[in-house]
Design a protein around this ligand. Sequence first.
Ligand SMILES: Cc1cc2nc3c(=O)[nH]c(=O)nc-3n(C[C@H](O)[C@H](O)[C@H](O)COP(=O)(O)O)c2cc1C
Length: 180
Amino acid sequence: MERQMFPVYDRASEILNALPGGILLTAAANGRTNTMTIGWGTLGMEWGIPIFTAFVRTGRFTRELLDANPEFTINVPVGQFDRKILGFCGTKSGRDVDKFQELGLTAVPGVEVSVPAIAQLPLTLECRVIYRRAQNPDAIPPRFLEKYYPQDVGSDATGSNRDFHIAYMGEVVASYLLQP
Ligand SMILES: Cc1cc2nc3c(=O)[nH]c(=O)nc-3n(C[C@H](O)[C@H](O)[C@H](O)COP(=O)(O)O)c2cc1C
């Protein structure tokens, strides 16, 4: 499959505008490749390098994979695509199901990282985790604490639950559009 490389900030608005509708974060470790829907993230710069930061709750299967192999890809839909992919990957855990297999997702080997891109969501950022930061509950504004961290909801809930997020800051080491 062809890759059309681009400087990452050239498509920043497209990537950020896609976030509210959901994009995918893919991770791989211990013989498993898994992807999950994310709606939160930032693209910016620190230490003179481009960084995509994803916010992953501590109980997600994805968190286990990221901690075992600190690399991920960001997979953004372009044009027509099957929206049920985002629903499925945002409500099923890789602990219970192989999402690639269930959805027939096509894994395309990464260039700079050991985690694949996904043909069906072709706008791709390859990222290497260079810093991670657990959120401090005491520093979160109360209105967000109540809304996003209900302490009576267990960690296995795929939506909001009692778990706080870890910010995974990934250096963007490649950015491209997959082309059939
Ligand atoms: C639109 C949407 C956005 C989401 N955004 C996030 C997010 O930014 N961070 C997060 O931890 N979970 C988020 N989720 C929930 C995860 O995608 C969901 O819990 C998923 O099942 C986790 O998969 P895993 O257990 O295989 O890692 C989102 C779900 C949806 C539907």
